[in-house]
Design a protein around this ligand. Sequence first.
Ligand code: AGP
Length: 628
Amino acid sequence: MCGIVGYIGTQRATEILLTGLEKLEYRGYDSAGIATVWEGKIDCVRAKGKLQNLRDKLTNVENPAQIGIGHTRWATHGKPAEHNAHPHTDMARQVAVVQNGIVENYASLREELKEKGYEFRSETDTEVIPNLIAEILSTNSSSLLDALRQAVNRLSGAFAIAVLSGDYPDELILARQQAPLVIGFGQGEFFCASDTPALVPHTRAVLPLENGEMARMTPLGVEVYNFAGDRLKKYPFTLSWNPVQVEKQGFKHFMLKEIHEQPGVVRNCLEAYLQTEKHPQASSNSPIGNPVNLGLPEELFQDLEMIQILACGTSWHAGLVGKYLLEQLAGIPTQVQYASEFRYAPPPITANTLTIGVTQSGETADTLAALGMEQQRRAGGEAKYQSRILGITNRSESSLAQMVSHIINTHAGIEIGVAATKTFVAQLMAFYCLAMDLAYRRQVRSASQLEEIIDGLRQLPREIELTLETQSGYIEELAREFNETKDFIFVGRGINFPIALEGALKLKEISYIHAEGYPAGEMKHGPIALLDAKVPVMAIAMPGSIYEKVLSNAQEAKARDARLIGVTPKEEYAAEIFDDLLAVPMVEEILSPILTVIPLQLLAYHIAALRGLDVDQPRNLAKSVTVE
Ligand code: AGP
């Protein structure tokens, strides 16, 4: 949450900071600000609300400064207001700080500084940092780098910090502890940001800082240190994606663009992980005949008895589909936990367990903390209890990827819309591949059984395209009919129950309509009491093991006057049951979630867009939830 940018070089900083913040606005957007240094003085401008308000304030302001920091905020301590917006300065306005994270011990530091005569102007936790740095500089430090080093050693919590000082006009100092911060290397200019979209318009040579690291950026170069003050040798690497991926490319919103990118995302995964020949020779990591090659070593799966999946939000829904696949295809008992719950009530440790962390951003604080806790509590135990951790993410440069030794890169590329769409589908693809890999390794499915599934998977990109082509216009029209709707129910069963949850989440988060997802068979145990003509019911009904059961459950809703919408293949009898039909191609039930989620994403999108809401940046939400 919150986005940080920084620049030092030969160009005017203000515009670079503002365009960088635009690329990060998806991380938080209740206020924004920038600080620059010119002629030994800090110039700090902040505005409540969207970034445009800050832009408006800066129009026609001449600022030749070539160094600066910027911030877009998602409020934690202190309501959204200009005085709480970053950057924060010390009392003398000579040190400016932007921060992403939470300083947990800010209250005691604030008291300590107040006793020394420091005055505070905001309700934020961050304001202690510039004052602490000023205090250290005035008493026992000879450099800004050392002052920040001493300061961070007194902070507890998770944070990424960028600091400027009027007394050090050619230095931008950074520190990272459990919140992302990446440095970009240009020609005679250097950048920093919470996330790479702000860097790629300038450079693809990047260096993500690791926890406990600091950096000193000057116009001459970048030095990296640890919190003990030791200089570290670090080298940037080149990002594989390009600036076009962070543009809307003619779509009205990023979310719509990302929905339409899904056929390509599925193709990328198929290309990356499935062997092209039917019975390929084994690579070093893939047994002979295994049609899947995720590049994962055998020791990760040795004597495997259990899998636990840790994730939040949409990634948790992907985990539920993953559980279905891992249990039904590979026969491995699998638990799916909310990372935020797991942290404080972990189940007893089980032997030979693989833990999978799923996160599109690779930065979700709860997921990283839960994985870290699992790593720690298993360390030093008997071999069979030791941690085996696998990450699933589309951000191979993220904190998750730094933390775990094995990842499945879902190849979805970066997602900008706050509502996850293509990253969800890519996570599902990762689970299909993992479940097939395990099924093959454990010899519970033959190569030919797996080939059948693979043949089905290979059809999916075209089937998603068909769904988009045939349904988009119809769904946009249908969306108009829910202009006044206040509540929505989504039902599904089996492998499509998580899709009901996902459909409800998409609708909630971008249209602000109250929506609930239920296993269709559970409706009669309570939620059916909610139904009347004003509450539409979306039923995901794919032919397969529980098709008739879902149809009966749907009829029960219809009998209570609910308007019944079906996500189902276009069969004659379907038109009789459902009031509206969101048609998807007929596929094997086990493959259907990749198709059934598409109309639900489109419906949520069009309802929100027609209501004139900010689809890509819904209220109160942020793309990367880097606080607890
Ligand atoms: C998805 O639409 C949501 N914005 C949210 O639930 C998200 O999935 C969740 O915060 C987890 O994020 P992650 O995948 O980056 O860990």
